[in-house]
Design a protein around this ligand. Sequence first.
Ligand code: ADP
Ligand code: MG
Length: 254
Amino acid sequence: MSNAAASQTDTVIEMAGVSTSFGDHVVHRDISLGVRRAEIFALIGGSGSGKSTLLREMILLQQPNAGTVSVCGVALQGISDADALALRLRCGVMFQHGGLFGSLTVLENIGLPLREHTELDDGLIKELAAWKLQLAGLKPEVGAQYPTELSGGMLKRASLARALALDPELLFLDEPTAGLDPVSAAGVDELVLKLRELFGLTIVMITHDLDLLWQVADRVAVLADGSVAGIGSMKELAAMQLPAVRQFFDGPRG
Ligand code: ADP
Ligand code: MG
């Protein structure tokens, strides 16, 4: 296989010429980037720079106005409903605000994707959900609790456990440590690395957490003014003299 062919198959998410606007408000101008297999890829940038929108475009929750997005070799433009569902099931998503159902226990929330998308019986679903709960670093008894009873850190972990329910190939994390105190945020880096090691997951993560970025991100894309201002390892970015990148390293967090 030529180098070009090898790098093509290694790219699991490919965005080319992506532009996005909401009315007059331009969020992305001609963004192109690729996420490689089993990579931990981070998106950073100021509030409102279009990170979540870019992530939503990778998981079929949002259509760009122009450009192309492909995930696992499947072009998202004009994708059939059946193909879209099949692809979505290969993607685990931990949303910024958790998104668990308040009327269900944590264990029921984690088991819900299995209930909806597999033929597994209740006993097995419970077992698998309990395993994912443990994997996400929560004690078994948390499974019986309701989301409103959990701390912010536990809620994020429960949401992560649900994102893992269907053994995804790709995992999307929108601000996994935002709003957490340092104690709750501690261990999220090890957890992310463990998930990649155990399952060979490709992980796309949005975060402002410099510690987390230094610990886990293979490559980081900096969004600013609708474009990718810089892309590379944290070390490479730190060495860049780009104002938008410097601002991120020097400026206030959050
Ligand atoms: P970030 O995650 O980097 O903070 P977002 O991707 O959430 O940024 O949003 C980028 C910009 O697009 C913001 O100005 C936001 O208000 C706007 N935006 C996002 N989604 C919508 C939407 N559905 N309708 C209108 N404006 C939106
Ligand atoms: Mg966001």
